[in-house]
Design a binder for this molecule. Structure first.
Ligand SMILES: Cc1cc2nc3c(=O)[nH]c(=O)nc-3n(C[C@H](O)[C@H](O)[C@H](O)COP(=O)(O)O)c2cc1C
Ligand SMILES: [Fe+2]
Ligand SMILES: [Fe+2]
Length: 388
């Protein structure tokens, strides 16, 4: 079992998964992912969540070992998504006296995920309910739509540990040494991002708890400098830009749009842009592009016209952004086309569906190869998008 210290009476019993191709069948995870699970040992033993079906065997070994021949009295279900609920059935069989703690919504959906009878075993908790297991007392807070309806977070009041379900989660197995914010931000905007308002509601509930440790269901346990992480979640969930900079997302079939994008990056830097980050939407990770769009306060999109519409990756990117509630940003548009450029109109119409997004003039139209007039347009766009 991996040695991950929580406290004297709380044991980490989760597992790493380094062979999954795509998390949620969508997100690349170059450093894997962890499915976290925690055992609280007390007069009654209580387990916080189970893991994905890919790893239940290893996880069950961890649980059994950590229990040291004692029985398991409670299982708390923070979130029913299969990456956390696949072990429930096995636990129910192993520990016939174990009670299952969830809220009404948890049990409304329970049978859809687990074809097993939970009657006489379920403990239904509501907002603010407490459960004493000896020296530890758990308090439950509902977190509906962060990012599923049944999600709840649990505060252990003696040690002041907050179990946050997928909140504060991060891609990357636990032995990965990498920047927290980069992969936590990619996780947040792609998986939770649409529900900023619900995250705000949750943050308001837990702000006065004097939390000493955050235990999420994925990624590292956060023990120090908690204001840093909470502040990031506050910024992200308010859809506020985190950094002053320009993110340029582009497509280019034969390289001419790419040339324009590179020229614009040069101009932006000359004009004093603090940071310019560029992504080729056909080749780079789409989830990273979504993350960067939210990270910076300015976005430029550039696409060739393709069959009288947008190149498919740009269409996908903008639809994703809209879906994740992208808002409060300045956006510039560059289109390319050889006979009837249409990409600009298409990008503009999707962007106009977004809340509080200012489209900076001019919309730059390139007919195949950038000319002198285009360079003047790019200079004007740079000035306008960088203007305060
Ligand atoms: C499959 C395909 C479809 C295209 N459809 C259009 C179109 O409908 N209208 C247009 O003006 N140009 C169209 N083009 C031309 C490109 O938009 C144009 O050549 C552009 O300059 C390509 O920029 P790039 O060098 O960055 O790839 C199409 C090109 C391809 C390969
Ligand atoms: Fe989830
Ligand atoms: Fe999850």
């Amino acid at each position: 079992m991996k040695k991950i210290e929580i406290s004297k009476s709380i044991k980490y019993v989760g597992v790493d998964d380094k062979t999954l191709d795509l998390f949620e069948s969508q997100y690349i995870i170059p450093n894997g992912v962890s499915y976290n699970s925690y055992l609280i040992k007390d007069e009654k033993n209580l387990l916080m969540d189970t893991v994905d079906k890919r790893k239940t065997e290893e996880w069950l070994e961890n649980v059994t070992k950590a229990l040291e021949n004692e029985k398991l009295d409670y299982l708390v279900i923070s979130h029913l998504e299969p990456d956390h609920s696949a072990g429930i059935k096995i636990l129910m069989e192993e520990y016939p006296e174990m009670k299952i703690v969830g809220n009404k919504k948890t049990f409304d959906m329970f049978e859809q995920f687990l074809n097993v009878d939970f009657s006489n075993r379920n403990v239904v908790v509501e907002e603010g309910d407490e459960l004493n297991i000896g020296t530890h007392t758990l308090k439950f807070f509902m977190a509906p739509m962060v990012h599923w309806p049944e999600v709840m977070v649990t505060f252990e009041q003696t040690e002041k540990i907050l179990f946050t379900a997928d909140g504060f989660g991060k891609f990357g197995a636990l032995d990965t040494d990498e920047d927290w914010a980069c992969e936590a931000r990619r996780y947040y905007f792609n998986i939770v991002g649409k529900y900023g308002m619900q995250v705000q509601q949750l943050l308001n509930k837990v702000v006065n708890l004097e939390v000493k440790m955050i235990c999420p269901l994925h990624g590292p346990i956060l023990k120090e400098n908690l204001e840093y992480y909470i502040n990031k979640y506050d910024i992200w969930s308010k859809y506020e830009p985190e950094d002053d900079g320009v993110f340029i997302a582009y497509n280019s079939i034969h390289g001419k749009t790419k040339e324009a994008v590179e020229k614009l990056a040069e101009i932006l830097k000359q004009d004093g842009a603090k940071k310019v980050s560029i992504s080729d939407l056909a080749r780079d990770d789409m989830a990273e592009a979504i993350e960067d769009a939210f990270r910076y306060d300015k976005l430029i999109v550039a696409s060739p016209t393709y069959d009288a519409g947008l190149f498919p990756f740009m269409e996908k990117f903008l639809r994703h952004l809209k879906h994740k509630n992208y808002q409060n940003r300045k956006v510039g548009i560059i289109e390319n086309g050889s006979w009837a450029p249409m990409a600009g109109k298409c990008m503009e119409s999707i962007i106009k569906e977004m809340k509080n997004v200012e489209i900076c003039s001019p919309i730059v139209t390139i007919k195949t190869t950038m000319d002198e007039k285009n360079i003047e347009d790019l200079k004007e766009l740079s000035k306008n998008i960088l203007a305060k």
